[in-house]
Ligand binder design. Structure first.
Ligand code: PFF
Ligand code: NA
Length: 452
């Protein structure tokens, strides 16, 4: 059987690395990581998250990139082709479909959070964040959320920007934008950590992030850490697989994966080191929830020299980082409609965008008019986050490692990964035993079928 010819390759060897890092580094690192670390009590959670990145995230990412490059297409088609090459069961394509759905559902709440970052860029400028305390900043955050027109307007703006860029095609615009954005964000985070080091309760923040307290290891926290490892690396949601399908043959998948994982983890840890010292210095509760960074960081900006300018730049960078992640979430859907059904990228973006906008506006209402619309005790916003991170992504991950580790002819992954014999054996051990068993245990525990 002849292999599919690549259609759109990245412009350069760095193309995939930049784009995958752009997808990985986003609100997950700067917004979600600090707030869930705060909720689950610090160090033990961080350790579980790091373990999940190493034992599950890296092997799954390698597998996902390899499947994308081998099958050269959007998740459903790529998996379909790889399976056909093995005379396997076409039902595996469902895994690609579920991944695309997960990416899409994530985007439906992600645009709301990205809307916060966009609006805070503006609020830094117009003085509304000059509030004197964490409580006052909390009120600013709540007042903003209580207004469905403002919140909806910002969410809509993010959705439209995302659709516009994706409609034009990812390679050209995005690959260039990443070149200056990633280093910019890293420099700003380092400056913020420097501020926290000199002016915040650095020792306390550091201890919160890195001191280990075994009593904080619970099944619930483990499921959250596992889900976050998938979320933060953009795994099993179509993004990495689709971007992987644009990688030229011969580029090392393992090296690429390690670079992306290190970049993503560093940004999360830097964000934690920047934020928690400010939180403790201001007597704030680290488990304050999704508003955590929006209630704490503006205080730091007020006290720094050139704080306003710095704050504007910071939130602008976070907005761009969110946008590059958002783009990757819908790229799979657009690539699928384009490749499979011959719909132009622009029209594919517009039609999937209509659904996106409808659901994301409903998710936005979770903060105001729809705060009481709950299913299983969750608002739509919380429910979208929960179902994707805790269930869909780990489930997609387990399917992909089982496919690659047990079902495909072994030359396929050997070819694609191109590892040394020892390296390949390690990868195989991880995808056959470690990752699926760990994911399964966390699932069984969460369902109450396994106590530990
Ligand atoms: N990895 C992104 C973040 O940490 O913000 C979120 C994300 C992007 C999840 C793309 C899923 C995805 F397909
Ligand atoms: Na991330």
């Amino acid at each position: 059987m002849t292999r599919e010819k690549p259609k759109n390759l990245w412009l350069s060897r760095w193309g995939f690395i930049l784009a995958a890092t752009g997808s990985a580094v986003g609100l997950g690192n700067i917004w979600k990581f600090p707030y869930i670390t705060g909720e689950y009590g610090g160090g033990a959670f961080v350790l579980m998250y790091l373990a999940c990145i190493l034992a599950i995230g890296i092997p799954v990412m390698m597998t996902e990139i390899a499947l994308g490059r081998r099958g050269r297409g959007s998740p459903i088609d790529a998996i379909g082709r790889v399976v056909r090459e093995n005379d396997g069961n076409p039902a595996w394509k469902l895994v690609g479909g579920m991944a695309m759905l997960a990416g899409f559902l994530i985007l439906c709440f992600y645009v709301v959070v990205a809307g916060w970052a966009f609006s805070y860029t503006w609020k830094m400028l117009d003085g509304s964040l000059a509030a004197p305390s964490v409580e006052a900043l909390g009120q600013v955050f709540e007042a903003h959320n209580a207004d469905p027109w403002a919140l909806g307007g910002w969410s809509l703006l993010v959705a439209l920007l995302t659709l516009w860029i994706v409609g034009k095609g990812v390679q050209a615009g995005v690959e260039r934008a990443f070149r200056w954005m990633m280093p910019g964000l890293a420099v700003m985070l380092i400056v913020l950590v420097g501020y926290s080091f000199t002016n915040g309760s650095f020792a306390e923040g550091f201890a919160f992030l890195f001191s280990f307290d075994a009593s904080k290891i619970t099944g619930e926290a483990l499921l959250a850490a596992l889900g976050h490892a998938f979320f933060t690396l953009s795994l099993a949601s179509g993004a990495i697989l689709t971007y992987g399908s644009y990688i030229p043959d011969g580029q090392s998948i393992a090296r690429t994966t390690v670079i992306v994982a290190i970049a993503d983890t560093s940004v999360a840890l830097l964000a934690g080191l920047a934020i928690f010292p400010v939180i403790f210095a201001n007597g704030m509760d680290p488990s304050a929830g999704p508003g955590l960074i929006f209630m704490s960081l503006p205080l730091a900006f007020q006290q720094m020299p050139f704080g306003t300018a710095f704050g504007v730049l910071f939130f602008a960078m976070v907005s761009v980082a969110a946008l590059t992640s958002a783009i990757s979430m819908i790229e799979a859907v657009v690539a699928y409609l384009n490749e499979k059904h011959g719909i132009s990228r622009a029209r594919a973006a517009a039609s999937s965008g209509a659904v996106l906008i409808a659901i994301s506006l409903l998710a936005m209402l979770s903060f105001n008019l729809g705060a009481e619309w709950k299913l299983f005790g969750m608002t739509l916003f919380d429910g979208l986050d929960y179902i994707t991170s805790r269930w869909m992504m780990p489930l997609g991950g387990i399917c992909m490692v089982v496919l690659a580790g047990y079902c495909l002819r072994s030359e396929i992954m050997r070819d694609e990964l191109g590892l040394s014999p020892a390296g390949h054996a390690l990868w195989l051990f991880m995808v056959r035993y470690v990752s699926p068993v760990m994911i399964l245990m966390v699932f069984l525990h969460a369902l109450g079928w396994l106590g530990f």
